[in-house]
Each structure stands twice: as structure tokens, then as C-alpha cells.
Design a binder for this molecule. Structure first.
Ligand code: NAD
Length: 179
């Protein structure tokens, strides 16, 4: 029988437990999942501190940590393009064929819906805490961000001094306010 393949695209700044839960849940519904690391060109910004490569390591190791079959997913960094109307074609060009789109992002859902894809809303897990915004805030405020992410994300952030990077980006952006 033909395999059903889904896609989930996220910036994953950084990879957190919500992403892992949604990937597990999605794999109960489809045979394989394409995981797009969105805004791959971005890094070293307050909202997007980590490079695509760093996010690939976080995700790859986190999926191993969670015993998810490595034959069931493809991790693909995806750069943004300036034109929303042709973004779906750009995504299709970069990924294995897929038929179901999982996203909670309204723009993403709208663009795929208009191109005829089946769009599903994945359940949200503890969205108050499991969000990149909250995790980056905790990093800046020296609060417990580690409880919200897989061990693999902690390991990568320690390896690259990620919290220090984020704090330096915050100082730099404040100092540029007067420019
Ligand atoms: P995100 O990391 O915030 O979320 C990705 C997905 O993960 C969400 O849709 C949601 O399904 C899931 N998720 C997140 N937190 C969760 C939680 N607590 N529980 C369960 N699931 C959770 O990323 P995003 O902002 O949605 O990413 C969209 C990407 O698509 C961005 O990189 C954006 O730039 C890109 N994009 C680009 C264009 C273009 O280039 N023209 C157009 C549209 C979108």
C-alpha cells in the first residue's frame, strides 16, 4: 500500500517538548513525516538565535532520545522566500512528496489549503510554557528553561554557549536603539 506522508514546518527556536509530542502524535496518523526546519537562513537574532545546523542536531538527537524510528522521518532545513504566493511550490521543491500538512500557524495553513492540500491542526501541548518565546525569555531571565526541552537541546545549547549568545544579542539590540 502507498505510504501516507505528512509535513510539519516549524522554526524550532529551539526544539522543545511540544515539537517532540506533536511529531509522535503525527506519526500515529501517517506513515512518514517530513520535518521542515523553517527560516533556515536565520540565526543570531533574538527571535531566531540558533542556526539551521544547530537545530538539525537538536532535533536529530531528540528523536533518537525518544526512540522514534529513524526510517519514519526526514529533517529538511527550509529557507524563507519573500513571496507567500509561491512558498508552497518552494517547499514542494525541497521535500519528499507529501499529502497532509500539520500546522497551527494560520498563514501556513492558508497557503497549503489554497493549493489543495489536506491541512490538519495538531493538538497543542501546554502552549503557555511550550513555546520558543517562553523558552528564550527564561534563558534571558536565568529561569528554568531546561524543563521545557529535550536533553538534546540542552546539550547543543551548552556546547555552543547558546544562553550567552542570546544574552549578548539582547545587549547588542538594546544598545542599537539609539542608532
Ligand atoms: P513554530 O516552531 O512556532 O511551530 C511549528 C509547529 O510546531 C506549529 O505549527 C505547531 O503545530 C507545533 N507546535 C509548536 N508548539 C507546540 C506545542 N506547545 N504543542 C504542540 N505543537 C506545537 O514555527 P512556525 O512559526 O509555525 O513556523 C512556520 C515557518 O514557515 C516559519 O519558519 C516561517 O518563516 C515559514 N513560512 C515561510 C513563508 C515564506 O517564506 N514566504 C510563508 C509561510 C511560512
Amino acid at each position: 500500500m502507498e505510504k501516507v506522508r505528512g509535513i510539519l514546518i516549524g522554526r524550532m527556536q529551539p526544539v522543545h517538548n511540544g515539537h517532540i509530542e506533536v511529531i509522535k502524535k503525527t506519526l500515529e496518523e501517517v506513515d512518514e513525516i517530513v520535518i521542515g526546519i523553517g527560516s533556515a537562513q536565520k540565526s543570531h537574532e533574538l527571535k531566531d538565535p540558533f542556526t539551521a545546523g544547530e537545530r538539525v542536531v537538536m532535533l536529530t538527537q531528540a528523536l533518537i532520545e525518544n526512540n522514534i524510528d529513524p526510517g519514519s522521518y526526514y529533517i529538511i532545513p527550509m529557507e524563507d522566500i519573500n513571496f507567500n504566493a509561491i512558498w508552497v511550490a518552494h517547499v514542494k521543491m525541497m521535500t519528499p512528496p507529501f499529502s497532509v500538512v500539520y500546522s497551527g500557524n494560520s498563514l501556513v495553513k492558508q497557503l497549503f489549503y489554497e493549493e489543495g492540500f489536506e491541512v490538519r491542526n495538531p493538538p497543542l501541548y501546554d502552549r503557555m510554557n511550550l513555546s520558543g518565546t517562553e523558552i528564550r525569555r527564561r534563558m534571558l531571565e536565568d529561569e528554568n528553561w531546561q524543563e521545557l526541552v529535550p536533553q538534546a537541546t540542552i546539550d547543543v545549547i551548552e556546547e555552543i554557549n547558546g544562553v550567552e549568545r542570546l544574552k549578548n544579542l539582547a545587549i547588542k539590540e538594546i544598545s542599537e536603539i539609539g542608532d
